[in-house]
Design a protein around this ligand. Sequence first.
Ligand code: MLT
Length: 262
Amino acid sequence: MARIKVNDVELNVVERGSGTPLLLVHGFPLDHSMWRGQLDGLSDICRVIAPDLRGFGQSSVTPGTVTMQQMADDLAALLDALKITQPVVFCGLSMGGYVAWQFALRHRARLAKLILCDTRAVADSGEAAAGRRKMAERVLTEGAKVVAEAMLPKLFAPATATQQPQVVEETRQVILRSQPAGIAAALLGMAERPDVTPQLPSIDVPALVICGQHDAIVPPAEMRQIAEKLPHGKYVEIANAGHMAPLEQPAAANAAIRAFLR
Ligand code: MLT
C-alpha cells in the first residue's frame, strides 16, 4: 500500500505482481478492496494496480464536484508517478467504467485494452441527475449511512446476500468509512457525466464487457448493446452475480479476464 502524490491530491494504491499493468478502478462509493479477488487471483499473470479514486478509501478528498474526466486524469498522472509508460489494461466497474470511458477518450495512447464491468455509456436522465444532487446534499448533512442504505440493496445478487453475507457486510463497512465530502463530490461528478454512446464506435481497443446476471443497476441487455457498439467488444455474463460481479464471483470473473488477456 502506498500513498502517491498526483495532481493536487494523494492517491492510495495497492500493487501486486509484475508484467502487463492491469489498472482496477472501483465503483461508487467503494475503494480498492472490492478487487481483492483480482489482486489475489490475477497477480500471477500481470501487475495489478488498484488505486482508491480521489475522495474514496484512503485517498485525499477534494470537496465540490469531482468529474469522471478529473478521475481519469488522476489515473494517467498516477501511471506517470509509477513510471508506467507501457499501455495498460484498464478495468473499471460502474463509476470506474465511467472513468474508463474518459481515460479511453483522453489518454488513448496509454490504453492497450479495456474491461468494462457493470457500467453504462449513457448519461443520467434529468431525474436521475436531480436525485444524485439531492443525495449529495443529504450525505453532507446526514453522513455516509444514507448512501449505504440506498445502495446496498441494489449491489448484490440474491445468492450473494444469502451465501456470502460477509461480502455484503464488508461492503457496508467500506461505505460507512467513506468521507461524506468525497461521496458528494463523486455524486455531483456522475450527475454531469457526458453520454459516451456516440463515441463507442471510435474506441478501437480490444474490450471485454462483463455484467452480472442479476445486476439491478445496469441491465445485462444494456451491457450487451455496449459490447455490440464497441468495434472489438466481447460480452460475458457472470452467473449468480449482481452489480458487483468481480467481487461476488471472482473465479468466474477472473477466468473471463484471463482468457481476454491471453
Ligand atoms: C457504482 O457502482 O459505481 C454506481 O452504481 C454508479 C452509479 O451510481 O451510477
